[in-house]
Each structure stands twice: as C-alpha cells, then as structure tokens.
Design a protein around this ligand. Structure first.
Ligand SMILES: C=C(O[C@@H]1C=C(C(=O)O)C=C[C@H]1O)C(=O)O
Length: 381
C-alpha cells in the first residue's frame, strides 16, 4: 500500500476512535511498516496469552493487558524509508520542545534515587530501576511524530498505539523482551547507559558491567526451569540506540515442551532492566516510592501468536524446485522504553535508569535527561 494511503487510514481510525497499532521492527533500512486496524469498537483484553493479535501490556502485570485480535482487525502494510545516517547527531539537535514540568523535578528524582541506594545498602534488594515522567509541549500531530520516529530510528522497534481506554502511545525501543517461534526463543539482557559520541568503541565502568551482569544472571535463573538443554548467550557487546549506548548480551535457547507462553512472559517481565532484583521487592519499592503511575512505560508490546509462513525451496537433485510452505505461530514482544503518551499538544515522556549500590544520584538524573532526548528530538519539525 502507498504510504499516503497507509497514514490516511491510521488518521481515519483515530478519528473514528477505534483501536489500532502501527509498527516497524528493528533492522532493515527498507523496512516494512505494518498496522492492525481494529474493525469493531469493542475492547479486548488477554489474561492467558493464547490469542492471536497485538498486545499492549502495562508495567504492573496486575493491571489489564490490551489486545487487538487478528480476527477483528484489518492488516495493512507499507514501506516507509528511514533516512540515510538518520541516527546521527541526535544529541546535537538543539531545538527540543519546552519542558512543562516544574524545576523541582531534579531534586525530587535525586532524592528518590538516594532512597533507592539506602534501601540497597540495608540489604532489601540488589538493584532497582527508578523512573520519572516529564511533560513537554509539541505542535506535531501523532502521525507526524510517528513518521519522525520511523525516519530516525532504524534500529529500534518503532510503534504508534491507540486505544480509547489507553490513549495514544508512541515509542522507539531498543529492547526485545521475547521472540518465540516453535520451540525456539530469543531474548536479551540490556543495561548500562552512556551517551553516544561518534563511536561504539568505548570504555565501560565496572558499575555498568555489574549492572548488566545482574540482568543476564536473572534471565538465566528465571528461565532455567522453562527450557530444554542449555541456554546460550553471546559475548557482551556495546549496542547503539539513537543518542545512547548500552551493554547487551543476546540470549537464546529451546523451550521445554511443557512451558506455556504466559509462564515464559511472566518469568521475564518485568526484567531487572526495568524493575530490579529480586523482582517482587524491587517492584514494591517502585510502586510505593516513584509517586506517579508508569502505566504502559516499561511494560511490553508486540505480536502475539501471529501466523508466519515460510517458503523454502528444496534443492534436491532431479527435482524441480519446489516451494514448501511451513506455517508456524510467532510471538515477538518488546519492552516499552523511550516512549511517550500523547495528549492534546502535550507529550508525557517516561525515562528511568538502573540503580545499584555504586550509583550516584546526579549522574542518574543526567542519564534520564539524555534518555529524554531520544524522544524530544522527534517532537519538533
Ligand atoms: C529504564 C530505561 O532503560 C533501561 C535501563 C538502562 C540502564 O539503566 O542503563 C538501559 C537500558 C534499558 O534497559 C529507560 O529507557 O527508561
């Protein structure tokens, strides 16, 4: 479908106040942008993750997960090109939109981090991810922001979600929660942040390496009784996400036959990359101390049990090339980071960072400021 028509359909869906999601997966420059437009106005939720569709799930798993079921949706696709070198110079973009949040925020956030560090020192938990939200002005419409995200962030999962009960959310996340096809799964441990300054060949302090190691270890621990055989991991490497760099380990393996998708998702979510370790203690600290509702920030979103067809050509001799079509179901979920909730002329951005015993409150504040730049740079013309 031509991009003009694709975007027009999204706008009409928004005017009709019907749920939809449009998204593009990380990787290829000439990538596909897909959308699921819900046909009815009904509100769907999932509890057991057995349906086929697109899910939008909050940080707090006790709250509702929204679903756009494939059987109640029109699927459309287009090709929308990212610009050459689009991810360059983001931090040098000087015209960020005006901040509407008041100046108390830095002090409040540093105090929150200080409380987190003290709680770690008391032995309550090892790591906690603490976040804040920030409101900024924007003259752009949601669809223009989405186009900017697509153009700018070729290596992220870029999305535009709308549901009458959740409002409009947009983002460009570097973090995959889980990919599952047949009995194979993939996930990642992503943590540690520094600004990108033209090279990915950088030095990482022990603090960041430890922080990332906590995430890798926790994923291994949480998945150990859900897999068959051993879990494999890549070397630790530096990965770029727009104006930032992170430390990353790719993790993959085969699932045990008895493992249900829901069990697997809940074993991972929320990972210590967005919550902490141990999970429940860190989560309670977050819910009691952050003083605002994360809603869908640091939740997850993506394709759930979507049919995928693979055509394979057999190369057997003396046989004409035959196309084999094998159909399987695929799940591909991302952690909702570098995101915003959009309300008439205002964008509410969400940013956080991992706190360990070695964290420094002012540095952590600066890290959240840098994280806001990823989103702020798409809010101006
Ligand atoms: C919590 C966020 O990001 C997460 C926290 C990171 C960190 O603490 O260094 C790095 C990447 C993400 O796993 C965020 O972007 O808001």
């Amino acid at each position: 479908m031509k991009p003009e028509l694709f975007f027009e359909k999204l706008e009409n869906q928004l005017l009709d106040e019907k749920p939809f999601v449009a998204y593009s997966k990380p990787g290829l420059r000439e990538r596909e942008t897909k959308a699921w437009l819900q046909i009815t106005k009904q509100s769907f939720n999932t509890k057991d993750f057995t349906e086929s569709g697109f899910v939008f799930s909050p940080f707090n798993a006790a709250e509702k997960t929204y679903l756009i079921p494939t059987e109640d949706a029109e699927e459309i696709t287009t090709e929308y090109f990212a610009e050459e070198n689009s991810e360059e110079n983001i931090s040098e973009a000087t015209n960020f939109p005006p901040v509407l949040t008041n100046a108390k925020t830095q002090k409040q956030h540093e105090e929150l981090i200080q409380r987190g560090i003290e709680s770690i020192e008391k032995g309550n938990f090892e790591k906690v991810v603490l976040s804040r939200s920030e409101k900024v002005e924007t003259q752009l419409k949601a669809i223009e922001i989405f186009k900017n995200l697509l153009k700018k962030y070729d290596s992220a999962f870029v999305y535009f979600w709308y549901h009458p009960e959740t409002g409009i959310w947009l983002g460009a996340t570097p973090e995959r929660l889980l990919e599952v096809e047949r009995n194979k799964f993939k996930t990642m441990a992503l943590a540690g942040t520094q600004p990108y300054k033209g090279t990915i060949d950088v030095h990482w302090r022990e603090k960041e390496i430890d922080e990332q190691q906590i995430v890798t270890n926790a994923i291994f621990e949480n998945l150990k009784d859900k897999v068959s055989g051993s879990i494999k991991k890549s070397e630790l490497y530096t990965s770029r996400a727009g104006n930032l760099l992170h430390l990353k380990t790719d993790i993959q393996g085969a699932l045990d036959k008895s493992t249900k998708l829901k069990q697997l998702i809940m074993a991972l979510h929320p990972t210590p990359a967005v919550c902490g370790l141990p999970k429940e203690k860190a989560k309670s600290f977050i819910l009691e101390n952050e003083n605002y509702n994360r809603e869908f920030y640091s939740g997850f979103l993506g394709e759930l049990n979507i049919k995928s067809e693979k055509k394979r050509n057999s190369n057997r001799r003396n046989q004409e090339n035959q196309a084999y079509a094998s159909i399987s179901k695929k799940t591909d979920l991302f952690v909702n980071l570098r995101c915003m909730k959009l309300e008439a002329g205002k964008a509410n951005l969400f940013v956080g960072g991992g706190i360990t015993k070695d964290s420094n409150p002012t540095e952590e504040w600066e890290e959240t400021v840098n994280k806001t730049h990823t989103i702020k740079s798409v809010l101006v013309k």
